[in-house]
Design a protein around this ligand. Structure first.
Ligand code: TK8
Length: 341
């Protein structure tokens, strides 16, 4: 009896809920159906690809289906630098890529590439999400880019086909691909390697054909982009903590409503948290995977890491002087503060 009374009530409630959902909420009224072309460099099956898919789903959900991301992995829209320029020109809406390749636009971003800056990911999170990292993002809009948030690429390690790198001298004569960033060229030349700047999109082929002997990237990337197929030695140097940055096109961003911008920021923040957790999970398993693929792994003695740090010093000082020494002091202060917590 009670059940038969409740049934029509339930139906009625369901109908009302359906009607309410169909009416635009105030936020939705400010949303237009949009397709966002989002490019990235790594394989679709990578920590980068997974996070872009998470971002897309989150944004679709938050915007009730209005803001649709079309993602393009494997640098199919172009390498980092090309995509940055497409964003500046308004030909592409969003991307994620290395901060290191931004130096041609805002040089100060090279600060993150100073070797042995962060001791662990918690220091990196605190600095990137704190006032220092956010201040760097504010330098981008003047150049036609919006920096939304930092994701983790991770600590970089060395691979090559020549020999295990156990001390600096082992790098002598090794043709090593580096990112397109003068500080990397300077630092690896100072380490004794022959640094060759190349876009990430050309790296696998360059390794396969022997154009270069080696490269440096986080373990997660060595796994996802299958560098283990063409590289034998893996040396755990952890020489740089590399952030990724989620970027939007400035001209496009300025045409969005405040609500649309807020939803994109919200999805970007959620994707950052997802990405860091996912990347750290993968990083914890990647070494065993790479060993199982036949890579020969070595760690470096602390004294040898210390020698690398010293050898990189002049290049780091030259870079700090070029951008203005106050930037490095500010960054060092932010790191010290992060270390106290
Ligand atoms: C992907 C690159 C990559 C970076 C590199 O587009 O170039 O080595 O580590 O993640 O940004």
């Amino acid at each position: 009896m009670l059940r038969s009374l409740l049934k029509p009530l339930g139906l009625c409630l369901a109908l009302t809920a359906g009607l309410l959902a169909a009416l635009p909420s105030p936020a939705q009224a400010e949303l237009r159906p949009r397709v966002i072309r989002f490019g990235y460099g790594l394989a679709e099956d990578s920590n980068q690809g997974r996070a872009v898919r998470f971002f897309a789903e989150e944004l679709l959900r938050l915007s009730a289906g209005q803001l649709k991301v079309r993602s393009f992995g494997g640098a199919s829209l172009g390498a980092d630098i090309q995509m940055q320029n497409a964003l500046i020109g308004g030909a592409q809406e969003m991307m994620v890529g290395s901060t290191a390749t931004l130096v041609g636009i805002v040089k100060v971003f090279g600060l993150y590439d100073l070797p042995f800056l962060f001791n662990d990911v918690h220091e990196a999170d605190a600095v990137l999400d704190g006032p220092f990292g956010q201040k760097l993002l504010t330098l981008l809009p003047a150049h036609g880019l919006i920096g939304l948030t930092y994701w983790e690429n991770g600590f970089r390690d060395l691979t090559n086909t020549r020999r295990p790198i156990t001390r600096l001298e082992d790098l002598a004569g090794v043709k090593l691909r580096v990112m397109q960033n003068p500080l990397y060229i300077d630092v690896f030349d100072a380490f004794g390697a022959h640094a060759v700047p190349l876009p990430f999109s050309e790296l696998f082929t360059a390794l396969e054909t022997g154009t270069v002997d080696g490269q440096e990237n986080p373990l997660t990337t060595i796994q996802s982009d299958k560098f283990y197929e063409v590289q034998r030695y893996l040396s755990l140097t952890h020489h740089v903590y590399s952030p990724w940055i989620l970027l939007a096109s400035g001209p496009w961003w300025n045409g969005l409503s405040a609500e649309e911008q807020a939803l994109i920021r919200q999805a970007a923040a959620a994707a950052r948290d997802f990405e860091r957790a996912d990347t750290r999970r993968q990083a914890a398993q990647a070494l065993a995977f790479l060993e199982a693929q036949g890579m020969q792994v070595n760690r470096l003695p602390v004294a040898e890491i210390e020698r690398m740090r010293e050898r990189a010093q002049p290049a780091s000082e030259r870079f700090a002087a070029e951008i203005g020494p106050q930037w490095l002091s500010e960054l060092q202060a932010a790191i010290s503060q992060a270390r106290q917590h």
